[in-house]
Design a protein around this ligand. Sequence first.
Ligand code: ARG
Length: 465
Amino acid sequence: MTDTKKDANAMWGGRFAAGPDAIMEAINASIGYDQRLAQQDITGSRAHAAMLAAQGIISDKDAEAIREGLLTVLSEIENGDFAFSTALEDIHMNVEARLKELIGEPAGRLHTARSRNDQVATDFRLWVRDQVDAAIEGLDALIRAFLDQAEAGADWVMPGFTHLQTAQPVTWGHHMMAYVEMFARDKSRFEDARRRMNESPLGAAALAGTGFDIDRHMTAEALGFDRPMANSLDAVSDRDHALEFLSCATICALHLSRFSEELVIWSSAQFRFVTLSDRFSTGSSIMPQKKNPDAAELIRAKIGRIMGAMVALFTVMKGLPLAYSKDMQEDKEQVFDAADNLMLSLAAMTGMVSDLTANRDALAAAASSGFSTATDLADWLVRELGLPFRDAHHVTGSLVALAEDKGCDLPDLSLDDLRSVHDAITEDVFNVLTVDASVASRTSYGGTAPVRVREQTAAWREKLS
Ligand code: ARG
């Protein structure tokens, strides 16, 4: 290019008499963050160049020079030898400008039948797809860690809570398997989103397609996409894939946050249900006795920024007319930050769960406090004495009040005590008042009985193998 005016942009400055104001450059440039797309940008450009040559749009010789030169650019970037320029705005123009320095004139042919609009849509989709794969892998490891815990403690009893008040005894394995279910749903959400996002925008050009005889199926296949996107306007303006990624990430972060909260409660001196490993705890600089669940607290908080990113991008995208608008450049930082923090949270949670020690004695002691077998008593009155459930509920309530008065738990009441409230009660009732009997009796599908838990752990083990 010989006619570029001094200071005007080397890539698009033909009609400009002057270069941009420094403030304009600052608000316009994305190179500070979109350099993370370098590998995807170069992979996309290499596929595009090969296709242009295969279609006879550029020569094989030029395509070869472009493809080789792009590999040199990539290695410069990966080795930290690349000087990113704000004047060149973004990763796409930085790469192309460097290619021009390296190989000269053929570099100018790369952008034939392409626009930065389909280029960035392609790069970003490839990047998000990689993150989806990383999330699936991270979830897989986390699910296995929960499964290990569930298998080890399929029959350990603990209190089950509603309203964080003792409700009914459950098994440790059952509680762990609840998270296996949640994180498996998260994984399937990412898998589902991946199928939908796996279409190629490349070749949509600026918005309307191109008059060149390109082969979009060829580039789609080279980039591992299932097919090209069917509508060029949609291809350059759609960010659903990023919105879906952030939505899946937000639900996953929510599940991570809930278990984090349980870990914070459970590891307190008042509960002592679990001990976190030293590897995933921190100390206090003033209180020597402290062992803090910082990782759990931070993961509990991460949903703030992940959901924030989701809300931010939804807000950016709403009301945008077709096709591309520069607003869409605001998609990247949100997704980068959310992805980084999701992956870190998954890894930290997997570490914590793998290292976690359940304190069986504390769990068992808590399980048998708080009249946790009251429902079992009411069920016994229904089954053995034929009482309507509402009456049984009332009788049991009176017995709980009696036990509370006496400062004991339900199994500690004498038969006379029990008969003082309902005279048909027999010795037999004591069989259902222990927590082990309680959990063993809950054999309905999906219930907490150890036999059911073991069926579930075996089924998941099989599914994951
Ligand atoms: N940096 C831009 C982005 O991220 C690339 C696309 C620019 N397209 C344009 N027509 N100015 O969105």
